[in-house]
Design a protein around this ligand. Structure first.
Ligand code: HEM
Length: 162
């Protein structure tokens, strides 16, 4: 195995593969609530960068839905963290924020989308990823769109899987 770049030590709790143990909850004022499952994979190749893939599926039909992948960087000597993200919906995004203990709190720093992205357009995303004392990983995502101020869209917990 490649040795972990020491810059990533504060984020080493993310590394590996995670799967939702019970379906996550998707909500938003403009949509019908839904349930989804999700697999997360965080890896590294010795660079001061984490590579990640998030793949979500419809909880009942198992149909692939939302997918995102990207890179995580840490500003050396600080608790500042940046996610560089591409989403299958045609969104690309930089989220930045801070690591406090085992909690990462991120906000959209810049956002781009394909010219024919579905409306309403996302304007802002807030994401909290935290390792809980029971060893589970929890993710909460809120978003603002053209029509709606910052409101929760996703909540899910994951366990480590092999
Ligand atoms: C709807 C964005 C992640 C499933 C939506 C809408 C937006 C959006 C803008 C439309 C809201 C409206 O019509 O007012 C995002 C963003 C995500 C994300 C930015 C990630 C940061 C996910 C994930 C799932 C998911 C992980 C899991 C399966 C859905 C579903 C709908 C929806 C089922 C309703 C039907 C539809 O519009 O396609 N999302 N979403 N989303 N999202 Fe997400």
């Amino acid at each position: 195995a490649v040795e972990l770049n020491p810059v990533l030590l504060p984020l080493s709790w993310l590394l590996g593969t995670w799967g939702s143990d019970e379906p996550g909850e998707g909500t938003y004022p403009s949509i019908k609530p839904f349930r989804y499952t999700e697999k997360l994979h965080f890896s590294h190749v010795g660079q001061p960068v984490i590579n990640f893939m998030f793949n979500a599926f419809h909880a009942e039909s198992n149909k692939p839905l939302h997918r995102e992948c990207g890179f995580i960087r840490v500003q050396q000597g600080t608790n500042r963290v940046a996610f560089v993200i591409a989403q299958n919906s045609g969104l690309v995004e930089i989220e930045e924020g801070e690591l406090t203990g085992n909690q990462l709190k991120l906000q959209t720093q810049s956002l781009g989308r394909i010219s024919f992205a579905k409306e309403p357009h996302v304007q802002q995303i807030c994401r909290v990823l935290q390792l809980r004392p029971d060893g589970k990983l929890e993710q909460t995502v809120s978003m603002a769109t053209d029509n709606q101020s910052l409101t929760q869209h996703l909540h899910i917990t994951y366990s480590r899987s092999c």
